[in-house]
Design a protein around this ligand. Structure first.
Ligand SMILES: NC(=O)c1ccc[n+]([C@@H]2O[C@H](COP(=O)([O-])OP(=O)(O)OC[C@H]3O[C@@H](n4cnc5c(N)ncnc54)[C@H](OP(=O)(O)O)[C@@H]3O)[C@@H](O)[C@H]2O)c1
Length: 276
């Protein structure tokens, strides 16, 4: 497994397993299967409603806690009390700590993210989150965290070939923040693009593998979700796929500004799993 080094000195497995839209019931067997397949990094969130199932799958895998990297996220309604929210998440997961705790969305209308961030710094000091970061933050909201003296380790944001999100990536890089791609396959919408099919045929890979290899080549952390054991393996095997510079440039040229999720500068995403 490839790892990237975070700005707090810890390391993160570059390819993880996303769990959004996987039910609590299905999460245990799927997380266990993912770990058996070779994944060591699992991404969940309080709003996904599956932390208990994810935690069960982690335990059922039999793999030592220290070998696993678990991320969960603070939901928008809980910016006022991140300590209580993390306690609830840890109880559901059945864990003593998470490896990464993220503020899920900045929700600028609430204007609570900077104070929530200061609490995350305390939670890290207490060892309840080994690393702390954000999700769906953009340059201005990242700058609003400066008073804390701690720069987020990760910013998890929407990125896939038809939504390159370049300004946010530049903002992350300039601040020493690792970029993590959510919906890295564009929720499967990006899988039918002819140029990707041509590259895939030439290199003997699937289109999903070509897209994931593009994320890895750009030094992003990437967390594809699948309920299929065969696709779990296929996505993990991307770690062995290297694309040429001209392939990478051809994929870069596919940017159309096609968001699949909410614009974090806009209205608050509705507090339901389907809008997370
Ligand atoms: N921070 C945030 O705000 C945020 C927002 C969205 C997502 N996320 C995180 O990012 C993770 C990934 O994003 P996502 O779940 O939205 O979308 P995604 O990973 O881009 O795409 C998932 C879709 O692609 C399909 N798929 C997966 N591997 C495939 C393969 N090899 N070949 C063909 N189809 C394949 C899946 O179908 P099957 O399941 O049927 O295989 C599913 O329909 C989430 O699970 C979640 O952990 C975070």
């Amino acid at each position: 497994m490839n790892h990237l080094t975070l700005n707090d000195g810890r390391s993160i497995p570059q390819l993880g397993f996303g769990t959004w839209k996987i039910t609590d019931e299905d999460s245990a067997p799927l997380v266990k299967k993912a770990i058996e397949t070779g994944y060591r990094h699992i991404d969940t969130a309080a709003i996904y409603g599956n932390e208990a199932g994810v935690g069960l799958g982690l335990r059922q895998s039999g793999v030592d806690r220290e070998e696993l990297f678990v991320t969960t996220k603070l939901w928008n309604d809980d910016h006022g009390d991140p300590a209580a929210a993390l306690r609830t998440s840890l109880d559901k997961l059945g864990l003593e700590y998470v490896d990464l705790y993220l503020i899920h969305w900045p929700v600028p209308e609430q204007n609570l993210y900077a104070s929530a961030w200061k609490t995350l710094v305390t939670l890290r000091e207490q060892g309840l989150a080994k690393s702390i970061g954000v999700s769906n933050f953009y340059a201005e909201t990242l700058d609003d965290l400066q008073d804390s003296g701690v720069v987020p380790a990760v910013n998890q944001v929407e990125i896939h070939p038809t939504f390159a999100n370049r300004a946010t990536i530049e903002a992350n890089t300039a601040r020493g923040i690792v970029t993590e791609s959510w919906s890295p396959l564009g929720r499967a919408v990006d899988l039918d693009i002819p140029i990707l099919e041509l590259i895939a045929a030439r290199v003997g890979a699937s289109v999903a593998q070509v897209i994931l290899a593009w994320h890895l080549a750009k030094n992003f952390v990437v967390i594809p979700k699948t309920v299929s054991p065969a696709r779990m393996r296929e996505n993990l095997e991307t770690l062995d796929l290297v694309l040429t510079d001209s392939d990478l440039a051809a994929i870069d040229a596919l940017d159309r500004g096609n968001r699949t999720g909410s614009d974090p500068r806009g209205t608050v995403p509705r507090p339901t799993p389907s809008s997370a």
